[in-house]
Design a protein around this ligand. Sequence first.
Ligand code: ATP
Ligand code: MG
Length: 358
Amino acid sequence: RYYFVITLGERVVADIRSDVFRHVTTLSPSFFDTAQSGEIVSRLAADTTQVKSAVGATASVALRNVILGLGAVAMMVFTSPKLSGLVIAAIPVIVLPLVAFGRSVRRKSRLAQDTLADATAYASEQIGAVRTLQAFTNEKLVTGNFSSAVEAAFEAARSSIFARSFLTFFAIFMIFSSVVAVLWFGSRDVLGGTLSPGTLGQFLLYSVFAAGALGALSEVWGELAQAAGAAERLTEILAEKPAIQAPLHPKLLPATARGAISFDDVSFSYPAGPDRAAVHGLSFQVKSGETVAIVGPSGAGKSTVFSLLLRFYDPEIGKIMIDGVNVREADPVAIRERIAIVPQDVTIFAASARDNIG
Ligand SMILES: Nc1ncnc2c1ncn2[C@@H]1O[C@H](COP(=O)(O)OP(=O)(O)OP(=O)(O)O)[C@@H](O)[C@H]1O
Ligand SMILES: [Mg+2]
């Protein structure tokens, strides 16, 4: 059981990880202008791990205890309908508050995952810029900030664990109180002579089975509520739609690239930037085979022109054509395959020189 159940959990998490990563790679640059990369990595690593424990182990515990609980309740009804009426009436009193507590566990677990992601995002940003960090001797400041972020994550996790343990406490307390109630009313019936001691003993045994099963199920409920908080963060990212999408029937670029470009009265301002347009009323033409340099002061919008050409963003007004095709009407992947770009800051990927050149 352990092998199959845990392997199932690992399998599900591996699938979620690849799905989320695949989806993240399709999102438009405008998404990454506001999202922090470390925050996304935390979703891939920490949130999926949180989900894992719920998928495997929990499912098998839930299955076993549902069967055990139903069997015990059926035997209770069979043994003494009167006493089991008492127990069945108590079930909503136990289950309804559990549902409410479960909501609070989910909210708190989500908050814990959010603060953990903040800490991860901070660490990955600082490690990514470690040269700048050390050049300005900011180690102390950064370490302090990270410690507070980790502390905040700890506090959030503690509050989530407290909510979950309170749920378990409440469930076990209520369940065993109802067992005591059964014993109380049952023993009065035994003294009155309407119930035999053997039947009461039998009934009590079944009710302990049922109580144990319900207790385990409430534990499962807590686990699921906690995982739901993390799953919410994953579904959010999966529901994110890329701002730039290929049209339903993309226009094909001419089979042989000519390299003719035209900008017609193009204006664009960054969604995450100031209202001031980065490119304003820009028109120019580059004929096939022509070599053109765009020159201007820093912040003039030269890189922005290339971002628009690569269709990382869509201009608010104006039209951009490549080889006679409006870039909005073509598949962005087809356009990008036609363009080679040598960026200002070259990224060296953690791969061989061969792979980097490739
Ligand atoms: N991702 C972004 N989000 C918000 N604003 C941006 C973004 N990228 C650039 N900008 C702003 O848009 C304007 C044009 O920037 P751009 O990078 O195109 O300038 P540039 O001409 O390439 O400058 P440089 O010569 O320094 O490379 C600047 O005001 C810049 O601050
Ligand atoms: Mg630039």
